[in-house]
Ligand binder design. Structure first.
Ligand SMILES: NC(=O)c1ccc[n+]([C@@H]2O[C@H](COP(=O)([O-])OP(=O)(O)OC[C@H]3O[C@@H](n4cnc5c(N)ncnc54)[C@H](O)[C@@H]3O)[C@@H](O)[C@H]2O)c1
Length: 272
């Protein structure tokens, strides 16, 4: 494997994503969209895959207008292997290849174990874990060989719930723990192909999904969630761009020697 020493390159050059093509699942809104916008600002062409086709198309058109890069919105259901393959095909055909793939789509319903149906368990597992596997496999199949010259990156979105338990989230925490294992094993398999695999673990982030979910919680649990930030060491929860800036670092050559690890963006939540 070639030894790439980046010491001579400027910071400005190392963080740039010019000529890279980034595919982001669940990219129509929230954290996925924030990542897409920072990547576009850094020069990357963008593909947003999402169940919400209309919002993905709108977000892609906003990115083209704001950053002058190519951006497309593509219908995608990460649970479905054929849909994931089609997403990969559309991205490759339209953008000319895939250098960065982010497995970001996930759901996070709240339910106590004793009340949880098999259907809800399966749904969370299918989107958050199977979807991550299908996405990573699709990315790896297209990157192997193509990534010989430049490093390709797969970034999996886990959570602080990938490292600790949380009441009402047995299904979610199980999938986010599993994403860490997936990341580590994939990193080992794909390193010889010059593909880096990383995970990112945010604390609570104020996103459309979280705001929508809050309406389904009991007033006590909703109030508890709203007060989370004040109990965190840095005194606030995250906004999507906090996660996006760390993702940009992971995807860029700034992180050239990093693979298999997880970056926390957690306001200090896991420090104690
Ligand atoms: N928001 C948080 O507090 C938080 C904290 C830690 C980790 N995360 C993780 O960050 C990621 C993004 O979360 P968010 O809060 O931005 O979510 P969000 O609900 O705001 O956005 C998620 C997007 O994924 C799409 N999506 C859902 N199911 C899909 C499917 N089957 N196929 C394709 N797209 C699908 C939705 O349409 C939506 O556009 C998730 O992996 C989540 O687990 C979020």
């Amino acid at each position: 494997m070639p030894v790439a020493d980046h010491s001579h390159r400027s910071l400005r050059d190392l963080i740039r994503l010019d000529a890279r093509r980034a595919a982001i699942t669940g990219g129509a809104q929230g954290i996925g969209l924030a990542m897409a916008r920072r990547f576009a600002e850094a020069g990357a062409a963008i593909a947003l895959g999402d169940l919400n086709e209309a919002l993905a198309a709108q977000s892609a058109s906003d990115i083209e207008r704001d950053f002058g890069v190519k951006a497309i919105g593509v219908p995608l259901d990460v649970r479905n292997a054929a849909s994931v393959t089609r997403f990969g095909q559309v991205v490759e055909t339209t953008l000319g290849g895939i250098d960065i793939w982010i497995n970001n789509a996930a759901i996070y319903p709240v339910r106590l174990l004793v009340d949880m149906s098999e259907d809800e368990w399966d749904l969370v597992s299918d989107i958050n874990l199977r979807g991550c596997f299908l996405g990573a496999r699709e990315a790896a199949r297209r990157m192997v060989g193509a990534a010989a010259q430049t490093t390709a990156v797969i970034l999996n979105v886990s959570s602080v719930s990938g490292f600790r338990g949380r009441k009402g989230s047995t299904h979610y925490t199980a999938t986010k723990h599993a994403v860490i294992g997936l990341t580590r094993s994939m990193a080992l398999e794909l390193a010889p192909h010059n593909i880096r695999v990383l995970a990112i673990a945010p604390t609570l982030v104020s996103t459309p999904g979280i705001i929508e979910r809050r309406a389904t919680l009991s007033p006590e649990v909703a109030a508890l969630e709203e007060s989370v930030g004040t109990n965190l060491p840095l005194g606030r929860i995250a906004v999507p761009d906090d996660v996006a800036r760390a993702a940009l670092f992971c995807a860029s050559d700034m992180a050239a020697l990093m693979t298999g690890s997880t970056i926390f963006v957690d306001s200090g939540a896991t420090a104690s």
